[in-house]
Design a protein around this ligand. Structure first.
Ligand code: PGA
Length: 244
């Protein structure tokens, strides 16, 4: 709670607009900003708003660089459920960002460890992430950093928990099609971002939101480490905010 700024929106749609204000300000100040992006249902209102704002001439993505949090292991970039495809469909193809300035971990990499190392190096060569977007899983995961007995530092391969596999099966034909492993930025990678914007919407996230920011910092609730980040803006809707 030390440094967290909290904005409470009436609706998820409005939360997306408040988050868009944050990204608009970052890019206005630094046209070649490096933004960290996320998948899931939560960022969709934000992405719709960013697309609309560029069309309206309020944001210019032509110099922006983007790095995504995570990707399923074993899925090709053009697989219907890959996070690369999600990003193309929901944001990247609709804005002026250059394809070569967007990175998502490669789910099909032969040498995962090497790819993870190169992912870190690429972000570093860009000067680090200026503004990282985060959602949160019901178990407190950020990216695919699941509850563990420690906070993993760097981009790495993870085994997905049953809770995450169950939460994500809605996107696949059957639960058996959900990949069992993924590649994710580490907690250290995320914490190195200069600024973090977390969006949390919906009553089903209330309990984990409370644990995250008002409970102890604990690797069993990976997002709780954000209490130690110096510049976090938490944007939630009324349904998710844990107090009246
Ligand atoms: P959601 O996913 O936005 O689809 O709820 C969030 C997450 O798992 O990080």
């Amino acid at each position: 709670m030390l440094h967290t700024r909290i904005l409470i929106a009436d609706t998820a749609e409005q939360a997306g607009k408040l988050a868009a204000d944050e990204f608009e300000a970052v890019i206005a100040k630094k046209p070649a900003a490096v933004i960290g992006l996320a998948t899931g249902s939560t960022p969709l209102p934000l992405y719709r708003e960013l697309i609309a704002r560029e069309k309206a001439g309020k944001i210019d993505f032509s110099k922006v660089r983007s790095a995504n949090l995570d990707e399923y292991k074993g899925l090709a970039p053009d697989h219907e459920q890959s996070y690369r495809k999600f990003m193309q469909d929901n944001l990247l193809s609709h804005i002026s960002i250059k394809p070569e300035n967007t990175i998502v971990p490669l789910g099909l990499a032969e040498d995962i460890e090497k790819m993870c190392q190169e992912y870190e190096e690429k972000i570093e060569s860009w000067g680090g992430v200026d503004c990282q977007l985060l959602g949160i899983g019901h178990d407190g995961h950020i990216g695919f950093n699941e509850p563990e007995d420690h906070f993993p530092a760097m981009t790495h391969e993870v085994k997905l928990t049953e809770m995450t596999i169950n939460a994500n099966k809605r996107f696949f034909d059957s639960i058996d099609d959900v990949p069992r492993a993924a590649i994710t930025m580490g907690i250290g990678t995320i914490m190195a971002a200069k600024k973090i914007v977390m969006i949390v919407t919906g009553a089903d996230k209330k309990e984990i939101l409370k644990k995250t920011f008002w409970g102890p910092v604990d690797p069993q609730v990976p997002a709780s480490i954000l209490q130690f980040h110096p510049d976090v803006t938490l944007i939630c809707d009324k349904a998710a905010y844990p107090f009246d």
